[in-house]
Write a protein that binds this ligand. Sequence first.
Ligand code: MRU
Length: 369
Amino acid sequence: MKVDGKHFRSIWRERDGWSVGAIDQRRLPHEFIVAKLTSCGDAAVAIRDMLVRGAPLIGATAAYGMALAMREDASDAGMKRAYDTLIVTRPTAINLKWALDEMRAALAPIDPIERAEAAYARADEIVEQDVEINRGIAANGLPLIEAIVARKKPGETVNVLTHCNAGWLATVDWGTATAPIYLAHERGIKIHVWVDETRPRNQGASLTAWELGHHGVPHTVIPDNTGGHLMQHGMVDLAIVGTDRVAANGDVCNKIGTYLKALAAHDNGVPFYVALPSPTIDFAVNDGIRDIPIEQRSGAEVTDMTGRTADGRLETVRIVAEGSPVANYAFDVTPARLVTGLITERGVLKPDRTSLAAAFPERIATAAE
Ligand code: MRU
């Protein structure tokens, strides 16, 4: 998607052929800075410190992390060390494990002398596959938006609510939740996005709004607690969110606060869709609410806020009373019964075991390994 009129991806292989460029998402929306990753350690820190973030992009970064590691030490021990280093960087997004397992399966049978080249080739494939999958999500999600257009009066705008950042910054390109939105916009459909600010890290306010703005998609940032009010007043036609892991039973783990939006949508008869690439499905987890590990992040994300001052400086200020304890659960799980449908690269599925298994039978086999 576009930044200042120029096409960008969130991650890429640099011209030198081996180092990896990535947009530093910690600095957005105030500064557009590209980071250079030159080692497996760099990739691990980039994921852990949220220089990159969003489930699919975490997977892509881990794949390149494995490739960088193979330049350093392509032995079996080196491969294991890289896998072990990267797998512990973030706990909830299953795309991390998926990408690392893919890399390990591709590299294990190969002579160590050839592993670095093979690792870059497989990582590049994972990256291209992400873009293709998201194009599929765009194509499959578009009819949902077109159906709303058909019901509306001519010239009326379709209003979509989204939470967190499941845009192109969370993936390699297109995004998941935003993919149908970008395609609708490209097709000339009048579309407007309600962007939840997404406390405590504000991925909506700082990332989703930034990318929609740069691509020219009309949007409005709202405090997280506004969605229910908008839905009650007919101001949301549908909600589309992303996800960090979908359990075999269709339960959806996503950024904290998603569950509350799903409840409000249910109460108001607003369709609530989840857009996901197949690597986000975890067939090894049968019950999302019980079994998906929920990352707990630093309390500083709750107590402190960073922003730009009137004279242009970036400053962090404390907003919570000194001494008050805080809790920072980074994700929650929306039960499948509150999800209208799962927008995947293979169609819009019912959020249940049978539909997921029928659409992605090959993923069941890998989950059993
Ligand atoms: O903690 P983050 O910023 O890595 O959160 C993950 C997300 O971006 C969201 O939960 C998103 O909606 C799903 S990833 C496409």
